[in-house]
Design a binder for this molecule. Structure first.
Ligand code: GLU
Length: 589
């Protein structure tokens, strides 16, 4: 794209989305989907967490200091999505250098794991059984991610960064409908684990105060001893015991398989700094998390496919058709090629090449939807319209997790997705520690996805399961434009893609792009879509093109921050999904 049209595209981006009038910040806003102003910004799903982040910024902390404080606070108020027992991917923009860096805080399988981790008597364990088990627990990566981020880029110590979350856990917070619902939805399995039942059951009433003194003590221990309290200390010993001897209620009828996590697994855990994925898109640079997350490569490949048409000039139906087809194709490639790069030869660069995207885009017809599963292409040898091997539908993945986005007054930005996998993770609260363990290892393929086709995502010793987390940062010539991310398992990728294209191509304001009804095509026979999406005229027209839909509940929960041309920040979150998010800026204007 010539520079002049880049400039006009950017101008259009902000012109068609007129700047919101200065929003007055009410004294104690319970929730706010949007805030505009100076001094830095925080967007998360939770008002307490966002308040803590803004306090850190107001007192001179930077984006990384605030991001860690917000993440720890989410471990208190959103404990069924993320926390000490989970992991995630953090992407950071440095305004001084224009550089984007990432940390891979993904959980690892125990050294004792092999390809047959989830196979018994020659068959895969039922997914529902694997979910609530010690077997599915990977080494948690969150505390070390926080410590590394602070060591590399922060100005606060872990001791200081975790203090507000400790206080929040001790003092308590007001239970909202979402927290209550999450307990109710998991009550059956929580009841089967004594430590979990003791902490969360009966489901705390909406409006009541929930305190978690055990978690407060865990944060105190992490503050005093650093992440080594988990990797070499007393918290770690308790984690190993909870995984190897899950605290199952003697009256429970479900099978809760133990895992084989050891002290050595915890000791050997690392949070590598990885090169971000980078995709040129209409003159912008889109950065994301590299493998073992499929977020960066899949969002990037789909954008490259979409770049072959002028999305801004398409009809609303053709825009959505192209979006669904691009993600269908990109998912076929994700499932075939992406896994932990320490174990599989992942062609990250080739997956992100425009030549490969062109060879895939050539399969898209404007008049008829493709039929899934479509076969993957071969990024190492891209040929127009060629496919390689058989296609397979994307396997199941959880639908929870959380995303936070923070910017500071120096212009640095953090986009961080963190997770314990599905809602409530493994269901196992570490006794006496107040946090749930992840079940992230269920993101591995239990058996090869397509018979006879190599699967880079089978379990292995010390291996990281493939993720879909897609913390994203968009730059223009090294200047920050937009950061966003979402929960939602593999729908994370389509949600990020949908919000990005609505904002960058379709000229929607950030909040409108987030609020718009969602549909998610992941190389499955039918496209999952929210009811509100199905009610649109576009959905009927897409049906006529051959798209088939399955109605589903909410897809994703985005938080985002963008920079306005006058230097103000806009923080944005969901107006409705998950009860609405919490966007804040330091000085509303
Ligand atoms: N475990 C999923 C992943 O890493 C995220 C889970 C979710 O969003 O529910 O991709």
């Amino acid at each position: 794209m010539p520079r002049s049209s880049v400039v006009s595209a950017l101008a259009a981006l902000f012109l068609v989305a007129p700047l919101a009038p200065a929003l007055a910040q009410p004294a104690a806003p319970p929730r706010a989907p949007e805030a505009v102003g100076f001094g830095g910004a925080v967007a998360s799903v939770d008002p307490d967490a966002s308040r803590i982040g803004v306090d850190v910024l107001r007192r001179g902390g930077n984006a990384v200091d605030a991001a860690v404080a917000v993440a720890a606070a989410l471990g208190v108020t959103d404990p069924f999505s993320a926390g000490v027992g989970g992991g995630g991917f953090l992407v950071r923009y440095d305004a001084r250098t224009g550089r984007v860096s990432t940390l891979d805080g993904r959980e690892t399988a125990p050294a004792a794991a092999d390809e047959g981790l989830f196979v018994e008597d020659g068959a895969a364990i039922p997914f529902a059984e694997a979910v609530t088990s010690g077997l599915s627990v990977g080494v948690p990566g969150a505390p070390l991610t926080w410590q590394r981020a602070l060591d590399l880029w922060g100005t606060h110590s872990l001791d200081r960064a975790l203090r507000p979350a400790e206080e929040l856990a001790r003092r308590g917070f007001t239970v909202d409908a979402e927290f209550h619902r999450q307990v109710v939805d998991n009550a059956d399995r929580f009841a089967d684990l004594t430590s979990t039942a003791a902490l969360f059951l009966p489901a705390p009433a909406v409006g009541s105060t929930f305190r978690n003194p055990d978690l407060a003590d865990t944060y105190r221990e992490l503050r005093e001893h650093g992440a080594s309290a988990l990797h070499r200390g007393a918290i770690g010993r308790d984690v190993v015991r909870a995984v190897t001897e899950p605290p199952v209620d003697p009256a429970a009828t479900r099978t809760v398989r133990p895992g084989r996590l050891s002290a050595a697994d915890l000791r050997d855990y690392r949070v590598p700094e990885r090169e971000p994925t980078r995709t040129r898109y209409r003159g912008l640079d889109v950065f994301g998390a590299a493998p073992p997350s499929a977020g960066g490569t899949t969002v990037g490949e789909a954008l490259n496919v979409l770049e072959t048409t002028r999305l801004s000039a398409e009809t609303p139906v053709q825009y959505l058709h192209r979006y669904l087809e691009a993600s269908r194709l990109a998912f076929a490639d994700r499932d075939r090629w992406v896994g932990d790069p320490g174990f599989a030869d992942v062609p990250t660069r080739a997956l992100l090449s425009q030549e490969f995207a062109d060879s895939r885009a050539c399969l898209i017809s404007p008049t008829a939807a493709l039929t899934s599963p479509v076969a993957p292409g071969d990024p190492r040898d891209p040929r127009p319209c060629a496919t390689a091997g058989a296609g397979a539908a994307t396997p199941h993945e959880g639908t929870d997790t959380t995303h936070l986005t923070v910017a500071d007054k120096w212009g640095d930005v953090v986009s961080y997705t963190l997770s314990i996998e599905q809602e409530g993770g493994s269901g196992i609260v570490v006794p006496g520690r107040g946090f749930l363990l992840n079940n992230e290892l269920t993101d591995f393929s239990f058996t090869p996805v397509a018979p006879g086709v190599p699967d880079p995502n089978l379990p292995g010793p010390g291996k990281r399961p493939r993720s879909s987390m897609a913390p994203t940062i968009v730059l223009h010539h090294g200047e920050f434009v937009l950061a966003l991310g979402s929960p939602g398992g593999s729908t994370i990728i389509t949600t990020v893609l949908q919000v990005l294209t609505r904002r960058l191509d379709r000229g929607q304001g950030l909040l409108d792009a987030i609020a718009a009804p969602r549909a998610s095509q992941r190389n499955t026979a039918t496209t999952r879509a929210e009811e509100a999406f199905l009610a649109t005229g576009e959905a009927r027209a897409l049906h006529a093109l051959g798209h088939r839909f399955t109605a589903t509940g909410e897809i994703g929960a985005v938080t985002a921050v963008e920079r306005l041309p006058d230097g103000r920040w806009r923080a944005a979150a969901e107006p409705v999904r998950r009860g609405g998010g919490a966007a804040r800026v330091v000085h509303p204007r």
